[in-house]
Design a protein around this ligand. Structure first.
Ligand code: PLP
Length: 292
């Protein structure tokens, strides 16, 4: 039989993240998102979770040596990553990921690193405490883009600025969101997309959960120092589980396919919005519509 090989190789995207057995978020959402973007997904699972649409009931970190072993094994297999997405990394595995990112021999593989600093699930369950976050910060310098949501940006800024727990950074309107995004980007010296999906604003640009009108996502480009606001209509939906995971994997896949950062983000936001519009209510999560 004739062997037909594709003329353009499929870009490979590595996701280093936690497993969500319910399938809407975590590495399961990443894999599906990367696949529907026409890329090839390689995975490194950092933690197994026990969860459903009702919440997070338990978790077990992948042993440190297993995470290190997986990453070394993928490199040895000469998978040519065009982008890397990093999601939940429990404190016990941050060093294993850092060793991989810092290894001089891996430098050619570290293109388009998108890090989603997941601190809480959208039901409010914590994935990381203050000590986990301070470790996680060590990975930021290796990323090309960090994608916290507003509450996560607030938490990260408080740690970086050494503010006491009582003192919150005010992210109560668009102006403050832009200021906080700039501050965060300049402190960590990396581009940042602060996501406003959990903090919708009203006509006046004030955060307003009762009368939500728009979602604001603020991008700070570390190379130019410029900020860009992406505004979209608020979608009234309970099916937002996995939106952060799907967005960061979509951005990583778009970058892997050669898009610029701004286009990768714009397309990622459209992909997630389309997913929310078509999500299965029970399974919830934006990625599921693709299989409908
Ligand atoms: N990673 C894992 C393993 C999860 O289980 C979750 C949510 O439950 C997340 C990440 C974050 O999900 P989201 O994309 O909704 O922020």
């Amino acid at each position: 039989a004739e062997l037909i090989s594709p003329s353009t190789p499929v870009p490979c995207v590595l996701t280093i993240a936690g497993s969500d057995c319910s399938g809407g978020a975590g590495i399961e959402a990443d894999q599906k998102t990367i696949t529907v973007h026409g890329c090839y997904a390689a995975t490194c699972t950092t933690v197994l979770t026990v969860q459903s649409s009702k919440g997070l009931f338990g978790s077990k970190d992948t042993p440190f040596n297993t995470v290190s072993g997986i990453l070394k094994c993928l490199v040895a297999d000469k998978l040519d990553f065009k982008a890397i997405k990093i999601g939940v990394v429990p404190e016990s595995n941050v060093q294993a990921v850092l060793d991989f990112l810092k290894d001089e021999e891996n430098h050619h593989l570290l293109k388009n690193v998108v890090l989603d600093p997941v601190l809480f699930s959208n039901l409010g369950d914590a994935f990381s405490d203050a000590s986990g976050l301070s470790k996680l910060l060590s990975l930021f310098q290796c990323a090309d883009l960090i994608t916290p949501n507003m509450p996560e940006a607030d938490e990260i800024l408080r740690q970086l600025m050494k503010l006491p727990d009582s003192k919150r950074v005010l992210l109560n309107n668009v102006e403050n969101m832009i200021k906080a995004t700039k501050k965060l980007g300049s402190l960590i010296k990396t581009s940042v997309l602060v996501k406003g999906g959990r903090t919708p604003v009203d006509e006046q640009g004030n955060v307003n959960q009762e009368n939500p009108k728009y979602i604001i996502n603020v991008f700070y480009d570390h190379k130019t120092g410029k900020t860009t606001c992406f505004q979209s209509h608020y979608l009234n939906s309970a099916n937002t589980h996995g939106t952060g995971c799907s967005l960061s994997s979509s951005i990583a896949s778009n970058l892997a396919k050669g898009e610029s950062m701004l286009v990768a983000i714009q397309k990622g936001l459209e992909f997630v919005a389309e997913g929310i519009r078509h999500a299965f209510p029970k399974i919830n999560g934006p990625i599921n519509h693709v299989w409908a």
